[in-house]
Write a protein that binds this ligand. Structure first.
Ligand SMILES: [Zn+2]
Length: 130
């Protein structure tokens, strides 16, 4: 798929953990939701300018302190980026846009389980949160 591109930007590295951590240092362009257990923001890659919709979900475990957490970084197409610039932008519509080619990084720490991190394609997965 990357034929002809010698080295893709680190924001699209095959290593999902490396790409995820690269995006954590991106420039936040817009914050749709900023709660302690749920956040939605548009982030710009400081290297290539590509934009992504980043979601964070946390579900507290009141008894054991073993919280579930999920971070989703969905790469945005130009059309999706433009849609998110509108004053009344509907981020949820963009997040769940049935674009079969959209790539995202899912980093999920389920309660009582092990950290999972991988690239996926399609609409962004949504998780429960407090
Ligand atoms: Zn980049």
């Amino acid at each position: 798929m990357n034929a002809g591109q010698a080295s893709p930007c680190p924001c699209r590295a095959d290593d999902a953990e490396a790409a995820h951590s690269f995006w954590t240092r991106g420039e936040v362009l817009r914050q749709f939701v900023d709660e302690s257990h749920f956040s939605v923001r548009v982030v710009r890659c400081r290297s290539c300018g590509r934009r992504a919709l980043r979601l964070f979900f946390e579900l507290m475990d009141m008894s054991g302190g073993d919280d579930s957490q999920a971070w989703i970084t969905g790469l945005l197409t130009d059309r999706q980026s433009a849609a998110l610039e509108a004053p009344d932008a509907d981020w949820l519509a963009v997040a769940t846009d049935a674009d079969p080619d959209r790539r995202f990084i899912a980093r999920v720490f389920p309660r009582g389980g092990n950290l999972m991190i991988a690239w996926g394609t399609g609409p962004l997965p949504m998780f429960p949160h407090d």
